[in-house]
Ligand binder design. Structure first.
Ligand SMILES: O=C(O)CCC(=O)C(=O)O
Ligand SMILES: [Fe+2]
Length: 359
């Protein structure tokens, strides 16, 4: 898939802001937000903190320390293979950069609606403030307001969508996330036994998009969904939670498992491109965001894409075809995902794949 394909992944029909809905009208949740009307949509259980399954936690300091590296790389490999998602602690990203970004994000969503509208999505584009992937008038809606921005390379930025006081903070945050992405991709390459330098370089010059999510409290949290089940189309995604409110869930062995926020940890999520790059050894996991009755939750996701410079290998394409079909079928917004899938199938051009990969 080319960077251009990623950039043009769709537009969205304007729908009401969830925050506005909560502020003005909310006696009962409107029908369009109720996913579990018949009890056949797997509802989000409230966080209980006592799941037997725990998402792996990896320590960057140990991953780069020669004394522990071999063992830690094995843990990384197992995490990517068996979960496709893990929490990363011990990274070198300054707390300040993450905190500043969290504060700005919360402030932005708490601005009056009219002010946020200055940065609203325009027809035909996903960038800006609004909702993602609403493609039909009768589609179920997610309990989430968001703002989506391209950050790296700088020439992809459309500053008219950037809230006016974001520039420095988001720039710093994105540079830091790129640093984490390059390091973690290098380690993933080592764990896969492939060319670390080539893969790291592809991310050094890669594309980085940021999505900030706001999930207002909901009086019927079991029947709505913040973000419905999906796999990310990035190579990896890096998520930071702006508080300690659990919401992100990953599907593991048929069970939805909460990722319990750890202060300053970064959640690393394998995306579909990495699934292809690894020839299907690593899986892009289904995940979703649950909401709760009491507290507003905010998250920031950085979608990381490699530079477009590798050719696809035939066997990688096969993995993509079968896996993508399965993904596509379970996707909520089928039309959107179908167009994505068709684009991948048709474009021989540039699904990044490392030729030296030998697994
Ligand atoms: O907010 C979350 O926990 C999940 C966000 C997510 O999956 C996304 O934006 O792709
Ligand atoms: Fe996601």
């Amino acid at each position: 898939m080319s960077a251009t394909a990623i950039q043009n992944l769709g537009s969205t029909i304007p729908v009401p802001s969830v925050k506005e809905l909560v502020a003005h009208t909310l006696d009962a949740v409107p029908q369009r937000y109720l996913w579990d009307v018949d009890g056949d949509y797997p509802t989000a259980p409230a966080f209980s903190g006592n799941s037997s399954l725990q998402v792996p936690v990896l320590d960057m300091a140990k991953l780069v320390d020669p004394r522990y590296q071999e063992l830690e790389l094995q843990k990384l490999h197992d995490a990517c293979k068996n979960w496709g998602i893990f929490q990363l602690t011990g990274h070198e990203i300054y707390d300040e950069s993450i905190k500043n970004m969290h504060t700005k994000t919360q402030k932005f969503f708490n601005l009056p609606h009219e002010e946020k509208q200055r940065y609203a999505q325009k027809p035909g584009s996903l960038e800006g403030y609004g909702q993602a992937f609403v493609i039909s008038e009768d589609q179920k809606l997610e309990w989430c307001d968001m703002i989506f921005l391209k950050t790296i390379p700088t020439e992809t930025r459309k500053l008219e969508f950037w809230p006016h006081n974001f520039t420095k903070t988001l720039d710093t945050y994105s540079q830091h996330m790129r640093k984490v992405a390059v390091s973690i991709i290098g380690l993933i390459a080592m764990a896969l036994g492939t060319n670390e330098k080539m893969l790291s370089e592809a991310f050094e010059g890669g594309q980085y998009d940021v999505r900030m999510n706001c999930y207002p409290p909901c009086p019927q949290p079991e029947q709505v969904i913040g973000i419905s089940s999906h796999a990310d189309i990035s190579a990896i995604s890096l998520l930071t939670d702006c508080g300690d409110i659990p919401g992100l869930q990953v599907l593991k062995d048929g069970q939805w498992v909460y990722i319990e926020p750890i202060t300053n940890a970064i959640v690393v999520n394998i995306g579909i491109i990495m699934e292809v790059v690894s020839n299907g050894v690593y899986k892009a996991p289904y995940h979703r965001a649950a909401v709760n009755r009491e507290k507003e939750r905010f998250s920031i996701v950085t979608f990381c894409y490699p530079e477009k410079k590798f050719d696809i290998k035939p066997d990688a394409k096969q993995v993509m075809d079968s896996e993508c079909l399965a993904l596509y079928k379970s996707f909520t917004n089928e039309e959107y995902f179908k167009s994505f899938y068709e684009r991948i199938k048709l474009s021989g051009e540039g699904i990044p794949f490392i030729d030296t990969l030998n697994i």
